[in-house]
Write a protein that binds this ligand. Structure first.
Ligand code: NDP
Length: 252
């Protein structure tokens, strides 16, 4: 999929919400989607960081984005329904969601894992994609070609020692993608897929591997063909699958 070449106007007239759009892979995905014509809803918890992404998109002459601030560790049914109402009132449509935001938590044996950290990680990484998707489904169903993309990890395919709640949350993401894709298959055209970015040069990667030389780690820009493919019209009919954005190598 790295060889996929997206048309320059691939995302024209589409409205796509990106969680964790303030930094790392989400920031680059937001910029890339906007560069291909999407109106991007930038969701994150720190307004200043979202403002900077907003300014970058506007300065490049791409469709004017929108900002929604929400701390996903506190995202309940009420907050997500409110958010869906704002999207409907502002844009009247939603064609894609990229569930990208996540936190790493602790890398430590399960025997010693702090239960509060566990809950926090599960809220951001697994509960938030669930409640947000649930609230946004009515809008997504109205789109002629909606795509939901969730973000997994190699430890979501095979949980590795010491990766704690992060690994289990990503195992849950893999399951949610399969389940939701099956549930929607016969009742709507919404497709639901997962992306494993693979080792990517971001703050999260640096936290997980503090001794690693970042120069040898793939930049988020290199992953974007798969993100465009799955969020754009060329992936119509593809659902319930988990993709690697780069050939799996080091732990990620
Ligand atoms: P970063 O830590 O660089 O960025 C994470 C993003 O999520 C930031 O925008 C951050 O916002 C946001 N976020 C975190 N917590 C919350 C919260 N409570 N509410 C709202 N937003 C929040 O991570 P990456 O870009 O590396 O990761 C992106 C995705 O890719 C994640 O799902 C990760 O698990 C996955 N992944 C990454 C890999 C890698 O090597 N980088 C490998 C495999 C999977 P803020 O700016 O406020 O911190």
């Amino acid at each position: 999929m790295q060889s996929y070449e997206a048309a320059s106007d691939l995302m024209k007239d589409r409205v796509v919400l990106v969680t964790g759009a303030s930094d790392g892979i989400g920031r680059v995905a937001a910029l890339t989607l906007a560069a291909h014509g999407a109106t991007v809803i930038l969701l994150g918890r720190v307004l200043e960081k979202l403002d900077a992404v907003y300014d970058e998109i506007v300065a490049a002459g791409h469709p004017t984005p929108a900002i929604l601030t929400l701390d996903l560790s506190m995202a309940g049914e009420h907050e997500c329904r409110q958010l869906a109402e704002v999207v409907e009132t502002t844009f009247g449509r939603l064609d894609g969601v990229l569930h990208n935001a996540a936190v790493l938590g602790d890398i430590t044996p399960l025997e010693m894992y702090d239960p509060d950290t566990w809950d926090f990680v599960m809220k951001v990484n697994l509960r938030a994609p669930f409640v947000l998707t649930q609230a946004l489904l009515p809008l997504l169903k109205q789109s002629p070609d909606a795509s939901v993309v969730m973000t997994t990890s190699s430890v979501g395919r095979r949980a590795r020692a010491f990766w704690g709640a992060y690994a289990i949350s990503k195992c849950g993401i893999e399951g949610m993608v399969q389940m939701l894709a099956d549930e929607l298959a016969n009742v709507s055209s919404i497709r639901v897929n997962a992306i494993n970015p693979g080792a990517t040069r971001t703050n999260m990667r640096a936290s997980a591997y503090p001794g690693e030389n970042p120069d040898g780690v793939t930049r988020p820009e290199a992953l974007m063909p798969l993100y465009l493919y799955l969020l754009g019209p060329d992936s119509q009919g593809i659902t319930g699958q988990s993709f690697d954005a780069q050939p799996p190598k080091a732990a990620s």
